[in-house]
Design a protein. Structure first.
Length: 554
């Protein structure tokens, strides 16, 4: 946490990073400003985090200085786990240069724990220096081969060829199958359907104003959770099934039927994922194609049926969100995982098999890397699953598979950790070198764009010491396109768009992308300048957010 907090009394629950500007206790004139770094750690199956103390502020009588206490709490997510008073819970350091303090602090923690490597010790995938295209906002989960080819062709014709492509959600076999829809109708899952009638809108207003704002221990909150898990459960299933993919599970390891259907040429050839990848590379000049998947397979994990067919011990659990999680994300008490369960694997041998079955078909199809999403889908399962230990197993198995099957020519692991990762994930990244530093890019939420960029820049103080921050995709033809493009020009991040075919601002893109499809990327993660580290640039109405970086010339 850095940037604009009035004091530690406002420290949120589950804080995982804290950078402080300290009061100068030296009597010497011109003494350098001191900064403090506090990093809650993982140890012995527990995950530590910070929050404001309930005792509030205290005043010392001798010098009348005010102290604000901060609590460090630890959670294992496992009832049987025994508290260990010898747990290494927190790292604290002080220095006069905040950026040097961060670099040396994370290097010390990495060496002391041996569970992760800092960015300076990792190889970056070559794709970070190339322009890319992601299918998500162009097609959402309605993706197919024709759309992918059209999207890549469109960017090439605009003079900004995509050298890497991310095949996002929509290529996997999932269950239950989606309700029949017009395949030509592409709509954002973030939009509210016009079919929602007036009483549902009224309920939505009540929900936002009262339920989400309620204390998790309050009668209102408990009553609403009970209704969701009983009377309203069937309605929730219908909603999630109709408008989202959040209730679905992985039901097969091979690509789905959209990439296996017979082509129209007399039924003599098949539209396969391998055939599409070959076309992209051989005919359209794409260098690499990556695929999206969840850390645990899909939104609700793996189906028990797939587990039986594959010889994997899939356990469906109905986790309870922790108290801290409910204060940050109240709807975790009635999300699809809580309501309908999640299919998880709980031992290292099964996870090794799982990733082999998930990744090897992609390797056989010519896929070069993976974007691993929904990483909180394991860690946030909360009480009863041993979150920190289970996340360690998943992250290690994922990294082992990516390192074995998706190695770049320079030795880098071709993987993007995206997104919703906490320290259970971050402090386990030994080989993967890129990680999302923000929420999704939401093209249909005008209020989200400045918040998106602010979050990336400040989160990069933390994530940027472990991985190269990924700023997500954006639209080149959009009211906020110039803002997103300018930020990425100095962000030191991968540059890729999710434009629909034919919907490009070629002039804007040519300011970022060279004719050969490469980008001029800054050398470091873009971070706030020192003078706005502790300024509320998004809320004070007067401060500008300034980002610093350097290039090969210094």
């Amino acid at each position: 946490m850095a940037g604009g907090s009035d004091g530690l009394e406002e420290l949120p629950y589950d804080t995982q990073f804290l950078l402080l500007e300290l009061e100068n206790g030296s009597s010497e004139e011109g003494a350098p400003q001191q900064y403090g770094l506090v990093l809650p750690l993982l140890d012995k199956g527990f995950r530590a985090s910070l929050r404001a103390s309930t005792t509030g502020m205290q005043t010392k009588e001798d010098d009348h200085t005010t102290m604000i206490q901060v609590m460090c709490t630890a959670c294992s997510g496992e009832a049987a786990a025994q508290k260990d008073n010898d747990m290494r819970a927190v790292f604290i350091a002080v220095g006069t240069d905040p950026f040097q303090l961060l670099r040396e602090g994370f290097e010390h923690v990495a060496q002391a724990t041996g569970t992760f490597e800092t960015l300076s010790n990792k190889q970056l995938p070559p794709t970070v220096n190339q322009f890319g295209w992601c299918t998500w906002d162009a097609f959402y989960s309605s993706i197919n081969e024709a759309g992918v080819v059209e999207g890549v062709t469109s960017l090439r014709d605009a003079g900004t060829p995509a050298k890497f492509v991310i095949l996002d959600d929509g290529w996997q076999q999932v269950s239950p199958s989606k309700p029949a829809k017009d395949e030509e109708e592409i709509s954002s899952p973030n939009e509210t359907s016009d079919s929602i009638n007036w009483w549902q809108k009224l309920l939505q207003k009540f929900y936002v104003r009262h339920v989400l704002a309620a204390d998790p221990e309050s009668v209102l909150f408990r009553m609403f959770r009970w209704f969701c898990h009983s009377v309203l459960k069937a309605q929730f299933w219908k909603f999630f099934d109709t408008y989202t993919d959040f209730n679905r599970q992985l039901s097969g390891f091979a690509p789905n039927s959209k990439f296996e259907e017979l082509a129209s040429l007399g039924g003599r050839e098949k539209k396969t994922l391998k055939g599409m990848v070959s076309k992209l590379k051989e005919e359209l000049g794409v260098g690499q194609v990556w695929c999206w998947h969840a850390l645990h397979g899909y939104w609700r994990g793996v189906s028990e049926e797939l587990g039986r067919k594959s010889g994997l011990d899939v356990k469906t659990v109905h986790p309870e969100a922790s108290a801290s999680m409910l204060r940050l994300e109240p709807n975790a008490a009635w999300d699809p995982v809580s309501l309908f369960g999640v299919g998880l694997l709980t031992n290292a041998a099964d996870l090794e098999k799982f990733y082999e079955k998930l990744h090897q078909p992609l390797v056989d199809a010519g896929i070069d890397g993976v974007k691993v999403d929904i990483q909180s889908g394991v860690s946030a399962t909360g009480m009863g699953t041993g979150g920190p230990k289970l996340t360690e197993l998943y992250t290690q198995a994922m990294e082992d598979s990516v390192g074995k099957r998706f190695r770049a020519s320079n030795g880098a692991a071709n993987g993007i950790n995206c997104m919703c990762h906490s320290t259970e994930n971050l402090y386990r990244y030994k080989v993967t070198a890129v990680a999302r530093a923000s929420d999704d890019f939401f093209p249909d939420r005008p209020e989200s764009h400045t918040v998106h960029l602010i979050n990336v820049v400040y989160n990069s103080l933390f994530l940027g010491e472990i991985c190269l921050p990924d700023w997500d995709m954006f639209h080149s033809k959009h009211p906020s396109a110039g803002l997103h493009a300018a930020a990425r020009a100095i962000g030191g991040c991968p540059v890729y768009v999710s434009d629909a075919p034919g919907h490009h601002d070629a002039e804007l893109l040519r300011k970022l992308v060279l004719p050969d499809g490469s980008v001029l990327r800054a050398s470091l993660p873009g971070r706030p300048t020192r003078d706005c580290l502790f300024v509320d640039v998004g809320g004070d109405g007067k401060s500008a957010m300034k980002i610093w970086n350097q290039n090969l010339a210094g």
